[in-house]
Ligand binder design. Structure first.
Ligand code: ZN
Ligand code: ZN
Length: 169
């Protein structure tokens, strides 16, 4: 039981750190390396289906060095640090992170416009995350929407208004 409580806490801390790194990645500054990497994510046209799964995904390479660096710095690195302190929970979450990024993130969950409605109140999937591509000042949360709720950056609107190439500012 304590193991699962720890898992939940590590997951919440991880998503909290990722939320703030994402926000930092939207601060336009030539010295902000996170901004430069994250900008590549906003260059992908997710309203036409996003990136196709490639075999390189299995090696955790997402077709572009900046897109890959964005994932590594804002999502993977904080989880590796947490894994040093909570090894068993961290390893489970690293496995989840790998499977999510490689198989689910692009078209199936995060950028799938067919996912809409109540579920997006809780999970940062589909139209919820696509709203971030329309207006990058909203919906920074990854996986769960709780931190957008807490820090009042949550917005739910129609994805068909989304601009495919919004800059992360
Ligand atoms: Zn996205
Ligand atoms: Zn963004």
């Amino acid at each position: 039981m304590i193991w699962f409580i720890k898992l939940l806490i590590v997951f919440l801390v991880w998503t909290f750190i990722t939320y703030w790194l994402y926000r930092l990645a939207h601060v336009k500054n030539k010295f902000n390396i996170l901004y430069r990497f994250h900008a590549a994510h906003h260059e992908v046209n997710y309203f036409k289906g996003g990136e196709k799964f490639g075999i390189a995904y299995l090696l955790f390479y997402f077709g572009d060095i900046r897109v890959t660096a964005d994932v590594l710095l804002t999502i993977t690195l904080p989880l590796i640090v947490l894994t040093i302190f909570y090894p068993s929970q961290g390893l489970v979450l690293l496995a989840f992170h790998y499977l999510h990024e490689v198989f689910l993130s692009e078209r199936l969950l995060d950028h799938n416009p067919k996912i809409n409605g109540r579920i997006t109140n809780y999970f940062a999937w589909g139209r919820y995350h696509l709203e971030h591509h329309r207006n990058p000042k909203n919906n920074y949360s990854a996986f769960i929407t709780v931190w957008d709720k807490v820090f009042k950056t949550q917005k739910l609107t129609k994805p068909d208004r989304c601009s495919p190439n919004a800059k992360p500012v």
